[in-house]
Design a protein around this ligand. Structure first.
Ligand code: CAA
Length: 419
């Protein structure tokens, strides 16, 4: 929808995203093992909330409502009731209405949508925060938790690594339909890690992949699925990370900006937002993200912009092939031509439509509930010139986010403009 009143993103903050492969992540061979613990879900909520207040100079007293995106706190951390957990972060938030939203990997996007709905309903200043801690269990066990975002009864049995297998199935169909190769898909991985290597907050800031190793299965890059039909279509380098982290943003109306003593030009503006939801377990065509396309078409129509006008995008690259499908669903490439766009380098930092400039889910990391919130904040940071070594040479004026839950079953798209 097109906002009924002007909505501004005032700013926010995110934690470093960490997990296996990040130097700060404590695991059994880490020198700090037994000496310190990795941050908890509560730590990330607190870091993000207080970080966002500090970064924006907003007094917590000014926050009217808060929305918390988290997918599976009950499973990974034995912790639900995260609205009440979030207000532990700051005593000035005690008593304020904070509510948790869940829509699988789109939980963060849904938190932002609810925050904007609250602005329409009369609030002036709201916060959306997202956090997830997934490293409490092995990747295999965690894959079972993440599989709750599929139709459990009908889809869980595809593989113990349910989501990797569902997207290996998309890769298989996409490659077969359009003659795309593993090397074409690997361009997405290489770009993601190159960007993350410029981003100190990224989970994979110190890890890199070259085109040959990302294209080829091997000891470092195992094809790890148990499903024999799908196994050849997915390797470790094709996958987003099992990350921990948090992110928070503050949004306000014009009235809210006045209360905060801020000007519209300190902010970026929401042009339009949309959510589309499709039935679990009923993907009609594995070569298309048709749910995302519905959300994107709506957002373009409501914002009055075309894909050609978008100068920076944050898209849900839960797997490398997903980013190619995103290019097509968002109108950056025609059907079947996403791989050509990646191969030509057009979605890199110097290309015509830079995508996932900080490394995306593949290499910035994917702390599920935080991802949608981080996407919005990344567009803000690019527009305000805050991205350090991965800052685009020309600050973008129009940006887009696409945050997806499940196998393209819930998608949130937001169109943004610098003021
Ligand atoms: N040869 C063969 N097999 C090997 C191997 C080798 N050299 N090394 C590892 N493996 C196999 C093993 O079977 C191993 O499992 P077990 O050890 O448990 O038997 C498996 O590969 C994974 O190995 P690791 O646990 O050592 O791998 P890791 O911890 O480095 O994790 C990863 C790698 C499995 C790819 C992990 O990063 C991952 O699961 N990523 C995807 C996360 C994900 O699915 N997120 C959700 C995305 S979907 C979305 O966004 C939408 C939504 O709503 C859910």
């Amino acid at each position: 929808m097109k906002p009924l009143k002007r909505i501004f993103v005032v700013g926010g903050e995110l934690s470093t995203f960490i997990g296996k492969g990040h130097p700060d992540f404590v695991w059994k061979k880490h020198p700090d093992f037994g000496k310190r613990e990795n941050p908890s879900l509560e730590d990330y909520l607190s870091q993000a909330i207080n970080g966002a207040l500090e970064k924006t100079g907003v007094d917590a007293e000014a926050i009217d409502r808060g929305f918390v995106g988290n997918f599976a706190g009950e499973l990974f951390n034995s912790q639900g009731h995260l609205g009440a957990m979030a207000v532990r972060a700051n005593e000035k938030l005690v008593g304020k209405p904070f509510t948790r939203l869940e829509g699988a990997c789109a939980s963060g996007g849904l938190a932002i949508l609810s925050a904007m709905d609250a602005l329409h309903a009369g609030s002036d200043v709201v916060m959306a925060v997202g956090a997830e801690v997934q490293t409490t269990v092995s990747a295999r066990e965690g894959a079972g938790y993440l599989a709750r975002a599929s139709h459990w009864e009908e889809e869980r049995s595809i593989d113990e690594f349910t989501f990797p297998a569902m997207f290996a199935r998309r890769a298989k169909h996409y490659k077969e339909a359009f003659g795309v190769t593993d090397e074409d898909i690997a361009h997405v991985t290489v770009k993601a890690y190159e960007n993350a290597n410029k981003n100190p907050k990224a989970h994979m800031s110190k890890v890199s992949w070259d085109l040959e190793s990302a294209s080829t299965p091997g000891d470092r890059n195992p094809a790890f699925l148990g499903n024999e039909e799908l196994k050849p279509h997915l390797k470790v380098s094709d996958c987003s990370q099992v990350s921990d982290g948090g992110a928070a943003v503050i949004l306000a109306t014009e009235e809210g900006l006045k209360k905060l003593g801020k000007k519209p030009e300190d902010c970026i503006e929401v042009l339009a937002y949309a959510q589309a939801t499709s039935p679990l377990g009923q993907v009609k065509d594995y070569t298309v993200l048709d749910n995302t396309k519905m959300a994107a078409d709506q957002v373009y129509a409501d914002a009055g912009i075309t894909p050609e006008q978008v100068q920076v995008a944050e898209v849900h690259d839960c797997f490398a092939v997903t980013e190619l499908l995103m290019y097509e669903a968002l109108g950056f490439a025609e059907k079947g031509k996403g791989a050509e766009l990646a191969r030509a380098g057009e979605t890199g930092l110097t290309g015509k439509i830079p995508v996932n400039t900080g490394g995306g889910l593949l290499a910035f990391g994917h702390p599920v509930g935080a991802t949608g919130v981080k996407q919005l904040l990344e567009i803000y940071r690019q527009m305000k010139g805050q991205c350090g070594d991965y800052q685009l040479a020309e600050r973008p004026e129009i940006g887009l986010t696409a945050n997806m839950g499940g196998d393209d079953r819930t998608t949130v798209c937001i169109a943004l403009k610098d003021v």
